[in-house]
Design a protein around this ligand. Structure first.
Ligand SMILES: [Zn+2]
Ligand SMILES: [Zn+2]
Length: 263
């Protein structure tokens, strides 16, 4: 099996729920045969710190320069990129514009409805699912990301994949295609295990029905390790499962397509 030699979905200790430093992730990536590693720490927001969810806002510049230093330090062994995984809130467009100018790439990974504590991880009604799709699509339409993390993340909070879930994922996939963006097959979701649904079994995410929609819509897809621990980069067997699930899909070949400057 030919494995992806790049991974753009990588965290560090800075977000408060991942462990280890960039050096540890880079060393695992090299050992595992990756040629390219992108860091996508959970983005910080002014006045909205949460020590177990995202990098503190005041640490954002340090994060950027630390990863830039790592890029230089490891340049003969692996190519390093610096990015962020961000939430879309529609009052922060000027902030996302600044981030886009500074970072190599951004990943839209929507976990939150607002900055008041409504978290889709724990609660996601049919109405919420559609709102989440709207948030993701706004990020794509504004050109803030070429990479959509786990479009079916809402399944963590749900026990059924309703028509509204299908509509939401289809909307995200169509929006991604229109904006030359890739939708992810997220390997972290598999670690929650296989669940029994009404008449079938599936991971919560990546959900079988999501993969079916990817196939129906001819989505462009990327595998994301979503590493919160360096060990994850050594566990290629999850990529085997993802490739089997996504057989026939249009997998990202030239990783530069997710960078803002294609450098
Ligand atoms: Zn995380
Ligand atoms: Zn992530």
């Amino acid at each position: 099996m030919q494995y992806q030699d790049f991974n753009f979905h990588t965290h560090t200790y800075r977000c408060g729920h991942a462990v280890k430093t960039e050096d540890d992730y880079i060393q695992s990536a090299i050992q595992s045969g990756f040629k390219v590693l992108g860091f996508s720490e959970h983005c910080g927001y002014e006045g909205f710190d949460s020590p177990r969810e995202r990098i503190p806002f005041k640490e954002m510049d340090n994060y950027f320069s630390d990863i830039k230093n790592a890029e230089e330090k490891y340049k003969s062994d692996i190519k390093i990129y610096v990015g962020l995984e961000f939430e879309y809130f529609d009052d922060l467009n000027s902030y996302y514009t600044e981030l886009k100018e500074k970072y190599d790439y951004l990943i839209i990974g929507q976990h939150l409805k607002d900055r008041k504590g409504y978290d889709y991880t724990y609660r996601c009604t049919d109405k919420d699912v559609r709102y989440m799709a709207y948030q993701v699509c706004m990020a794509l339409e504004n050109g803030f990301a070429k990479y959509v993390a786990h479009p079916d993340y809402f399944m963590l909070a749900r026990d059924n994949y309703s028509k509204e879930c299908e509509k939401a994922v289809r909307e995200i996939v169509q929006c991604a295609k229109k904006n030359d963006a890739f939708v992810e097959i997220n390997l972290k979701g598999m670690r929650y295990g296989i669940q029994q649904y009404d008449g079938y079994k599936s991971y919560k995410y990546p959900h079988n029905k999501t993969i079916e929609i990817y196939k129906e819509e001819n989505a462009k897809v990327v595998i994301g390790y979503d590493a919160h621990n360096p060990q994850v980069l050594l566990q290629r067997e999850y990529e085997d499962i993802a490739r089997q699930m996504g057989e026939g899909l249009d997998f990202l070949q030239d990783y530069r397509e997710i960078l803002f400057d294609k450098k």
